[in-house]
Design a protein around this ligand. Structure first.
Ligand SMILES: Nc1ncnc2c1ncn2[C@@H]1O[C@H](COP(=O)(O)OP(=O)(O)OP(=O)(O)O)[C@@H](O)[C@H]1O
Ligand SMILES: [Mg+2]
Length: 221
């Protein structure tokens, strides 16, 4: 079994290492400042636990490696513009949205999306950061540099958020975990729990959506 080098050594990389152990797969979470000479890079499969990374000698070596799986997918999913375009292209339900390119667009944004606008930075936002909830009259609160760098979504009055984790093999076969229900506090995910009895219809709907995404991206992992 080939070793796996993971670009990034945060908690996801460490969890991958743990998961690899009982399977006999050696996983090396790699900090951006690591010394390439200490790693079995040439013989490894490469992946990343972060969506974007600075250009260093190490990240260049890993990212240009022929065995880097899903390499083209990272930037496509890391930018909310191309991420939302992908969902629209696949006809998957997503909050109505548009690119927010200029201040002059606000009247038409509220006219087409409704009274509550959720502005999100295209890249780099997480834990609710890089996000603004704005109504007409509040748009001056948005920093100038956001225009062109953000999308804006319709504010959805939703009853809950669920997550699905799945995997897809080289043969196109897919497997999924049960859906988990997410509880956030101040934009930060605090708990994620699977219900003892799954909602089969919801599970199947989510699996069909994630399958469509993984297949379109030819995602393997
Ligand atoms: N269109 C929306 N309408 C209402 N609430 C929203 C909308 N989009 C996001 N939210 C709320 O804001 C939270 C954070 O948004 P979102 O999940 O898009 O960003 P994130 O968690 O920072 O990044 P990631 O893309 O990694 O999930 C959501 O969990 C949800 O509670
Ligand atoms: Mg989120």
């Amino acid at each position: 079994m080939k070793p796996v080098c993971v670009l990034g050594n945060g908690q996801l990389g460490r969890m991958l290492r743990q998961a690899g152990e009982p399977l006999g797969i050696a996983v090396y979470p790699v900090g951006l400042d690591a010394d390439p000479a200490t790693l079995p890079i040439a013989d490894s499969v490469i992946t990343a636990e972060i969506e974007r990374w600075p250009e260093t000698a190490l990240t260049h070596e890993l990212a240009s490696h022929p065995a880097f799986v899903n390499r083209e997918i990272f930037p496509r999913l890391a930018d909310r513009l191309s991420q939302k375009q992908l969902l629209d292209q696949l006809h998957l339900a997503t909050a109505p949205w548009q690119l927010l390119a200029d201040k002059s667009e606000w009247p038409s944004v509220f006219a087409s999306l409704g009274e509550l606008a959720i502005v999100k930075r295209r890249t780099g936002g997480y834990d609710g950061r890089g996000q603004w909830r704005l109504r007409a009259g509040e748009t001056d609160a948005l920093p100038e540099e956001c225009y062109g760098e953000c999308i804006v979504e319709q504010g959805i009055n939703f009853s809950g958020e669920v997550s699905l984790v799945g995997a897809r093999g080289h043969d196109g076969g897919t497997v999924f975990y049960p859906l988990t229900h997410n509880l956030h506090q101040d934009g930060i995910l605090r708990t994620s729990v699977a219900w003892p009895v799954a909602d089969q219809a919801q599970q199947q709907q989510a699996e069909a959506m994630l399958s469509a995404i993984m297949q379109e991206l030819n995602y393997v992992a």
